[in-house]
Design a protein around this ligand. Structure first.
Ligand code: DQA
Length: 153
């Protein structure tokens, strides 16, 4: 089963891409990143929609409605929520569509607190450290996704 329609979610502070800590996150703005994502999806015949929110509850709502809205998978950069949001973890665990956790920076090579993701165990997988390419690899992972494996909780 390959995913033909994907929802891309950007979490808190990713609206500031381009000017936010450029040495870490680069100079690509969110508008430019979303364009790269849409172009990549189009080349692969995928429908994609990109959304950003600074609010945990909004991200929970979008995860919960993804399947109802016709998306077969989610590429999700949860920002700092990665490291502590049990509400997002529960949302990912609760839904059937696969979620790929992505990060622009290599979270494993940064501060200690970034090395732990409370979401990774319930995500289909994690891609970290490839800049904007992390999102494109996330889409590729969904496009090639095998039938859902039993997930560890
Ligand atoms: C991030 C890494 C997180 O630790 C950080 O809080 C972010 C961005 C990334 O894309 O590298 O906001 O998710």
């Amino acid at each position: 089963m390959t995913v033909r329609a994907a929802l891309v979610l950007h979490g808190p502070n990713l609206n500031l891409l381009g000017t936010r800590e450029p040495a870490v996150y680069g100079r690509v703005t969110l508008v430019q990143l979303d364009r790269l994502i849409r172009e990549h999806a189009r080349r692969h015949g995928m429908r994609v929609e990109c959304r950003q929110s600074n609010h945990e509850g909004q991200l929970v709502d979008w995860l919960q409605s993804a399947e109802r809205e016709g998306f077969g998978g989610v590429v999700f950069n949860p920002g700092a929520f990665t490291h502590y949001s049990l509400a997002l973890r529960d949302a990912i665990a609760a839904i059937k569509v696969p979620v790929v956790e992505v990060h622009l920076s290599n979270v494993h090579g940064r501060e200690e607190f970034r090395r732990h993701s409370v979401l990774a165990a319930v995500a289909r997988g994690q891609i970290s450290g490839f800049g904007p390419q992390s999102y494109l690899l996330g889409l590729d992972a969904l496009a090639a996704a095998p039938a859902p494996a039993r997930r560890r909780r």
